[in-house]
Write a protein that binds this ligand. Structure first.
Ligand code: 4AD
Ligand code: MG
Length: 467
């Protein structure tokens, strides 16, 4: 076969220099046609769109043609021609075809229209489907959008450790990291495990958040963000929880809660706008296939100003709804941690736009949040989104050493884990704020997918760590 430099399909479909000889490589999506002419839809992952390869059967070897089956990998040399068929501008009149990889009829993606559940069982092959190609391309673009947003605003990308000895959220949902022999665990006279001889000489876990280390950086570099894998051993088998997910955590010195809310709103809007501008074909595909209101919802979020509402008022609205006969599965009262059905009621039914709920009861929030004068609430902020519920959680931080220490002691957090964090308040403390955005929650929103397992390539959930 002649050597011609390969062109990606996304670039080929933009070309109008018909008559040029080109090379494409990709995987066969479908093959149809008559005894004389066949049409192959080839996809190389560079776009949701396929390129059509027109094959005059008389010009090719019969044995080779037999190998062009759904899923097979081809290299095609041919002439770029203007397409007569509807739906595409250009196609390729094949001159030479090489089958790089055959694909027999055990290939599970023969027919279209597999269930999402089935595709999860073949997560090693699902990137070859239109749907997952679109989702993973959007995932990439969202990561770029995030770095771009912060870089342009002078934030530094700061790498926080994945292995840690502190439980940032204090929820005790950590995966332990150990090299101890689990078949021969040594315990002391009280029955406790002695970690002195473990790899780190102390009990260690996978991080649930990079925030505490992020605060160290923000109170030196000014504004930072983290973007990394995050682990939670919460046994919640819901469409919105993963045991391993990615989180973006900006942290900014001198920002108060209002600056923090504005940053969160600007940030999410930037990401959503980016998806519409840079991934329109993929978003449109998902809109048409799964969720006819997706694009309207994305455009709505960019246009609307987010509601800002204290928790106490949010609870009143929910209690009123209950009084008027609205049924929730979980009870709602002042002091309750809101369930996703409550969050979604506020967003989807009551306000019909995103809501930032603030000033939560301190008992249901983490120890580091700034305490309000009322002694009952803290300067927390959760951003609530249509279809998702909580997409961001954050707060202004307690900057006062004595108040923070009192809270640490009240909650019985061991000082041996916290002394370095408290030092930020001891040496040149300053007001500062930050938040965490769940990357996969953002992707749920932007793709319209309804299960978080379908926006990360290889989901980790209770009882599942395949692939
Ligand atoms: O509300 P969370 O627990 O807040 C923190 O971890 C803070 N340290 C963030 C900060 O202020 N820097 O988590 C933040 C976000 C949630 O709003 C949600 O979007 C996502 O992380 N998240 C999860 N996403 C997928 N699976 C899980 N199990 C998640 N837990 C939290
Ligand atoms: Mg939260």
């Amino acid at each position: 076969m002649d050597t011609i430099i390969r062109t990606r399909i996304v670039d080929l479909l933009k070309r109008t220099d018909f008559g040029a000889m080109v090379n494409v490589k990709g995987w066969v999506r479908t093959r149809r046609g008559s005894k004389q002419v066949n049409f192959i839809a080839l996809n190389d992952g560079s776009t949701i769109k396929n390129i059509q390869i027109v094959v005059d059967l008389a010009n090719f070897d019969e044995e080779m043609l037999k190998k062009i089956t759904t899923g097979a990998c081809l290299s095609v040399n041919g002439e770029l021609v203007q397409s007569v068929g509807a739906g595409q501008a250009a196609e390729i009149q094949a001159r030479e075809i090489e089958v790089l990889g055959e694909c027999d009829n055990t290939y599970p993606l023969q027919k279209k229209g597999h269930s999402m559940e089935f595709l999860r069982e073949i997560a090693h092959l699902r990137p070859r489907t239109n749907t997952f190609g679109a989702v993973y391309r959007i995932r990439h673009n969202m990561a770029i959008a995030i770095h771009q947003f912060f870089h342009e605003r002078g934030f530094y990308y700061f790498h926080t450790p994945i292995i840690t000895a502190s439980d940032c959220e204090g929820a005790g949902q950590m995966f332990q990291v150990t090299t101890m022999n689990l078949y021969d665990l040594k315990k002391d006279e009280n029955g406790s495990i002695n970690y002195d001889n473990d790899f780190f000489g102390k009990q260690a876990s996978l991080t649930v958040s990079g925030q505490l280390e992020g605060e160290l950086a923000a109170t030196a570099l000014g504004a930072i963000y983290t973007f990394g894998p995050t682990f939670r051993a919460e046994n919640s088998n819901t469409p919105r929880h993963l045991a391993e997910f990615w989180m973006i955590e900006p942290e900014v010195a001198f920002n108060d809660i209002n600056d923090n809310m504005q940053l969160a709103e600007d940030f999410i809007k930037h990401c959503v706008r980016w998806a519409l501008e840079h991934c329109y074909d993929d978003v449109k595909f998902l809109n048409d296939m799964f969720d006819k209101e997706l694009i309207a919802r994305l455009e709505g979020v960019i246009k609307e100003e987010f509601v800002r509402l204290p928790y106490t008022e949010g609870v009143k609205i929910l209690e009123d709804a209950v009084a008027k006969g609205h049924k929730f599965e979980f009870p709602v009262f002042w002091g309750a941690d809101l369930a996703s059905e409550h969050e979604r009621y506020l967003v989807e039914e009551h306000f019909k736009r995103p809501v930032i709920l603030t000033d939560y009861p301190k008992e249901i929030k983490a120890f580091y949040m700034k305490q309000n004068e009322d002694g009952k609430t803290v300067r927390a902020m959760d951003v609530l989104f249509p279809k998702i519920g909580e997409i961001i959680g954050g707060s202004e931080r307690e900057a006062d050493y004595d108040k923070l220490l009192a809270r640490v002691e009240e909650l019985g957090i061991p000082m041996k884990d916290m002394w370095w964090y408290l030092d930020t308040r001891k040496y040149g403390t300053c007001p500062h704020s930050g938040f965490g955005l769940g990357f996969e929650r953002l992707l749920l929103f932007v793709t319209g997918m309804t299960n978080i397992r379908d926006v990360i390539p290889f989901p980790r959930t209770p009882n599942n760590a395949n692939f």
